[in-house]
Structures are given as structure tokens and as C-alpha cells.
Design a protein around this ligand. Structure first.
Ligand code: C2E
Ligand code: MG
Ligand code: MG
Ligand code: MG
Length: 293
């Protein structure tokens, strides 16, 4: 009896596992098909200057509608990351985001004295350890014609700490002229002191610190901002939802902020509308009224 029972459980386990594997394979195939067939699109969340409120740049965020139902990136990115499919996903995003910023640049001009807006793209740790990553970034820059310094690659801190291959690739990417940002800073195990040796330009403080009501956490944010500035890094606060959070970040000297309080991630058209149209070519002077045509 016991034996029979045990075998039954094993069969159920096999069946569950088999279904999970099948579902995963199906999702992978659906992601690949969406990349080819137009089921993926990007939204762009503005990043603003904390001090003046001016637009600083955008972060490209991937959106997938599977048979009309939106699937959040937190659900499908991990599936893509389980195989080299994530490299295809990231490459698609790199091409689309750089093409979009280049297109906006062609018909807009930043206000006098304002820097040109940047485009940040998330690069998965798995892609960063893949040897194709440098060619993928270089390829997107070449195809779009975007100046490299306007592209920011967001990577998580874990990959920066302990992967020598990823570090080599990062050095090669920086040599291309692109900027590197540490995403979700504070959620990994990086200490403030380690920031000094990190091959990065920007630090993004994770939303969980920005929104925390705990005074200790707030003090930590102030400390991280000061340390980052000492090491020459730019600081972006993620997930700002309340005016008080923005005010505190201003007092703490944070450079840039991103969050629902400022802007939600926007479809391309709405994001592009935040940029100033290029001065139109001068029109011929209007004829004085009454002059013959
Ligand atoms: P992330 O890179 O840290 O992106 C920020 C996430 O926070 C985005 O979620 C954004 O919509 C959300 N967010 C922004 N402001 C607020 C706010 O004020 N409150 C709250 N509650 N959330 C806010 P999203 O778009 O769902 O993306 C989740 C994660 O998926 C991203 O985290 C990133 O790790 C990954 N991801 C998104 N797009 C891509 C992509 O193109 N490639 C790769 N490799 N990963 C991506
Ligand atoms: Mg990000
Ligand atoms: Mg983040
Ligand atoms: Mg995050």
C-alpha cells in the first residue's frame, strides 16, 4: 500500500514538473514570437532633475501583451533569463530605445543650457556575462546613430561585485563611451566603500529606501548620496511617489528622481511630447494685407 502511495506521488510530481516545463517552453516560444511579430513595445519613464524639475532623461521599460493580456516584466523577464533568450530580449530593447531617442533628437532641441536627454536601458546580468553584449550595444549605437554618451546601461549590483567576465565587458562598454548605472542599489550586498572601485557613473537608489518611513533608512539614503558624490557618481532616486519624499531628496542633495509622483512610464508619443520641438525653419514674412497676390 505504502509503495503504491509513494509511486502515485512520484507520478503526480512528474506530471507537475512536466507541465511546468511545458509551460515554460511555451512562454519562451511566445516571447521569441512577440519579439519578431510586434507583441512587444517600450514605455519610457522620465527621469527629472530634483533641483529644477527639468527633464534629465528616460528609462525604457518593456511591455508585453500576450493574447491581449499584459504580462508584467517581473513575470516574463525571469523566464527569458533562464536561457540566452534574454540576450535577444535585451538586444531588441537596445535597438528600439536607441532608435527612439535618435528619432526624438532629430525633431527636438533641448532648451538653451539644458543637457540633452539620455536613454537608460536595463541589461540583464546574464546578458552582461555573455560575450555578445559588447557587440549588441555597439550594434544598436551604429544602427541608430545615437551618440554613445546619451545611452545609459542599468545593471544590478550583484553582477558588479563577483563576476570577472561581467567586469571585463563593462570596461569594454565604457570604452565605447556609454554610461553605466547601478540599478536597485541597496537591495544587494554592496557596501558604500565598494562604490569607490565600481566602474559606474550613476547610482540608482532602490525604491524601498526612498519610500521607507524608518528614520535610520532615511539617514542611510543621505549617507549613500554623500558617498556617491564623493566618488564622482550621479544619483537617481527610484520610485518617488510622495511630495515629502521629493522634498527630502532635495534637502539630501540627490541629483535626479524618477517615480509616479513625477511621471508614470509613458507610451512613446507622450514621452516624446515632453521634448521641445526644434525651432521650425523661418517662414517667409507674411504679406501685408491688401498686397496683390
Ligand atoms: P527597474 O529597472 O528597477 O524599473 C523600475 C520599475 O519600477 C518599473 O517597473 C517601473 O514601472 C516601476 N516604477 C517606477 N516608478 C514607480 C513608483 O513611483 N512606484 C512604484 N511602485 N513603481 C514604480 P516595471 O516596468 O514593471 O519593471 C520591473 C523590472 O523589470 C525593472 O525594474 C527591470 O528590472 C525589469 N525590466 C523592465 N524592462 C526591462 C528590459 O527591457 N530588459 C530587462 N533586462 N529588464 C527589464
Ligand atoms: Mg532599471
Ligand atoms: Mg530600478
Ligand atoms: Mg527596481
Amino acid at each position: 500500500r505504502a509503495k503504491q502511495h509513494g509511486r502515485g506521488r512520484a507520478e503526480i510530481f512528474d506530471e507537475t514538473l512536466r507541465r511546468q516545463l511545458a509551460a515554460r517552453a511555451e512562454t519562451e516560444a511566445a516571447i521569441a514570437a512577440a519579439l519578431d511579430g510586434g507583441g512587444m513595445r517600450l514605455v519610457y519613464q522620465p527621469v527629472v532633475d530634483v533641483a529644477g524639475g527639468r527633464l534629465h532623461g528616460f528609462e525604457a521599460l518593456l511591455r508585453w501583451e500576450r493574447d491581449g493580456v499584459p504580462v508584467p516584466p517581473d513575470q516574463f523577464i525571469p523566464v527569458a533569463e533562464a536561457s540566452s533568450l534574454i540576450c535577444d530580449v535585451d538586444r531588441w530593447v537596445l535597438h528600439e530605445a536607441t532608435r527612439q531617442l535618435a528619432a526624438w533628437r532629430a525633431r527636438t532641441t533641448p532648451p538653451p543650457g539644458a543637457p540633452e536627454p539620455t536613454m537608460a536601458v536595463n541589461v540583464s546580468g546574464r546578458h552582461l556575462t555573455d560575450r555578445r553584449v559588447v557587440a549588441d550595444v555597439a550594434g544598436a549605437l551604429a544602427a541608430s546613430g545615437l551618440p554613445p554618451h546619451l545611452l545609459v546601461l542599468e545593471v544590478t549590483e550583484t553582477v558588479l561585485v563577483d563576476d570577472p567576465v561581467a567586469l571585463t565587458h563593462l570596461a569594454e562598454l565604457r570604452a565605447l563611451g556609454v554610461a553605466i548605472a547601478i540599478d536597485d542599489f541597496g537591495t544587494g550586498y554592496t557596501s558604500i566603500g565598494q562604490l569607490r572601485q565600481m566602474p559606474v557613473d550613476t547610482l540608482k537608489i532602490d525604491r524601498s529606501f526612498v519610500t521607507s518611513p524608518d528614520p535610520g533608512q532615511r539617514e542611510l539614503v543621505a549617507l549613500v548620496i554623500r558617498a556617491a558624490h564623493t566618488f564622482g557618481l550621479d544619483v537617481v532616486a527610484e520610485g518617488v511617489e510622495e511630495p515629502e519624499q521629493l522634498e527630502r531628496l532635495r534637502e539630501q542633495g540627490c541629483d535626479h528622481a524618477q517615480g509616479y509622483l513625477l511621471h508614470r512610464p509613458l507610451p512613446a508619443e507622450a514621452a516624446g511630447a515632453l521634448l521641445r520641438p526644434a525651432t521650425p525653419p523661418a517662414l517667409p514674412a507674411p504679406r501685408p494685407a491688401g498686397t496683390p497676390q
